[in-house]
Design a protein around this ligand. Structure first.
Ligand SMILES: Cc1ncc(COP(=O)(O)O)c(C=O)c1O
Length: 472
């Protein structure tokens, strides 16, 4: 059968009959069917270019069809594309060493790397590691607005009840703590955000009320987390995202996490840093946690580790937690963990990172994009908030008061971008966006880190056309 002969309509009819709708989200009314990708662009059958500003939720930080990463993947394809995880191959060892060495340089801690396939599976493995290293304790802290994946264990750390309600509990639901989402401060102290200057620590007027509230939990046994006889805490770890991803690219004030870690250290609670979306230079650092002066005990990563080629995920942990005695062989196992196509792509990604100065270029591009978006915000009061760290940039759509979330407007812009009919000169474009956030009104902009300044300008032009088209 010549599958290329099928029209998009015929394919969509087959999809409606045979694809489970349960394995991903279904937000789009008339989805385009993409046929190829290149750099920051996706193309449909008619070769309409769609500028991608979400890059597979940050799984393709280094551009579609990145030639250097793809070449390494291809070489592996031609030599040893498959081998059982229990047997060794070169790129598994080299990638684990490279990731461990890069992490040690940053945090001053020797550690080891443990592989799996998807992000949620890495989170599952981290739960096992935490439980085993804290005497089987199974309770965790995590953030409101946090997202750690949709397996049964990971959804217990993900705040939305929506992800759990039809499935019941298999592990223990985390104790959810407000994230420092200062634009919509949980404790009503948003004045601090309005007054904050770029680069300020935060807490200038609120005195980090959120930290004060968290610390208070440990004051008396009656708040349910501590036995004051010996200060033993019932909670084993705190799962964080240094920049909240699905939660709407929420950037915490600079001084927040160091204060949080001080409390965790006092009570021997492990800090698990989920870098699955923000890792690999999305924020201008290998690990987003580097911006905040903290030292994670465990780091989980996935997505851009292979630039979106063969799935590969994993965790890094301090030697004391993960040495072969502490976490013995077979503590976890998955057929496809450390698959050679994935580890070859991962090693090529790290080599690529080492050859390019993403710390400098991502910071500069991020400042430029933010500046352009703030100009736009000056002209469109429905852009309530614009903020970013590196090339993780948030744009929150609101009513004209600049605060009341406008989910419907964000959705109209998203749908319109996917139509592929934005006319500019003689050409038509599409714009691929992703919506996140507590009120589903925040665009989580994640362009390829290799994007050019001209492509960022084009984005601003296309985005403005969509705002004008979709405003009521
Ligand atoms: C921070 C974070 N953790 C975990 C996950 C889950 O990863 P996966 O979708 O590969 O299971 C995601 C996915 O978006 C994520 O953003």
């Amino acid at each position: 059968m010549d599958y290329d002969e099928l029209t998009d309509e015929e394919l969509l009819a087959l999809e409606s009959l045979y694809c489970s709708y349960g394995d991903t989200v279904h937000y789009l009314k008339d989805p385009p069917i993409f046929t190829r990708g290149e750099g920051v662009w996706l193309y449909d059958r008619s070769e309409t270019p769609y500028l991608d500003f979400q890059m597979w939720y940050s799984a393709v930080n280094f551009g579609y069809r990145n030639p250097e990463i793809e070449a390494a993947h291809q070489r592996q394809m031609e030599t040893l594309p498959q081998v059982a995880s229990q047997y060794l191959h070169r790129t598994k060892i080299l990638l684990a060493a490279a990731l461990s060495q890069e992490t040690e340089q940053r945090f001053g801690q020797k550690g080891r790397v443990h592989f799996n396939v998807g992000g949620a599976q890495a989170v599952e493995d981290s739960i096992k590691l935490v439980r085993s290293q804290r005497g089987g304790k199974s309770l965790m802290f995590a953030f409101m607005g946090g997202y750690h994946g949709r397996t049964l264990g990971a959804t217990e750390l993900t705040s939305s009840y929506r992800y759990r309600r039809r499935f019941g509990h298999f592990a223990n639901r985390a104790h959810f703590v407000p994230y420092p989402y200062c634009y919509r401060c949980y404790y009503g102290k948003q004045a601090d955000y309005t007054a904050r200057k770029e680069g300020a620590e935060g807490g200038e007027s609120c005195g980090f009320e959120c930290i004060r509230q968290f610390s208070k939990l440990f004051e008396t046994e009656y708040y349910g987390v501590i036995d004051k006889k010996d200060d033993a805490v019932e909670y084993a770890a705190f799962y964080i995202e240094p920049v909240q991803a699905t939660g709407g690219y929420v950037i915490p004030p600079k001084g927040y996490f160091a204060r949080l870690q001080a409390v965790l250290r006092q009570y021997n609670i492990l800090l698990v840093d989920d870098e699955i979306q923000m890792g690999f230079y999305r924020t201008g650092r290998l690990w987003a946690a580097e911006h905040f002066g903290i030292t994670p005990d465990i780091i989980t990563f996935a997505k851009s580790l292979t630039n979106g080629l063969n799935p590969l995920s994993g965790l890094w942990a301090r030697e004391e937690l993960i040495n072969p005695t502490a976490f013995p062989p077979g503590s976890t196992h998955s057929t496809f963990s450390s698959n050679p196509l994935g580890t070859a792509a991962g090693l090529a990604t790290l080599d690529y990172i080492r050859r390019n100065d993403f710390a400098t270029t991502v910071a500069a591009k991020g400042v430029y994009l933010l500046g352009r978006l703030r100009e736009l915000q000056g002209r469109y009061p429905v852009i309530g908030d614009v903020a970013g760290l590196g090339l993780a940039v948030r744009v929150e759509m609101t009513r004209a008061d600049g605060f009341t979330p406008d989910r419907a407007l964000a959705d109209r812009i998203f749908q319109a971008g996917m139509k592929g009919d934005i006319g500019l000169g003689a050409k038509f474009y599409g714009l691929v966006l992703d919506i996140g956030g507590y009120y589903k009104n925040a665009f989580t902009l994640a362009p390829a880190l290799t994007i050019s300044y001209e492509e960022m300008d084009l984005f601003v032009e296309l985005f403005e056309i969509l705002i004008r088209r979709c405003q009521e």
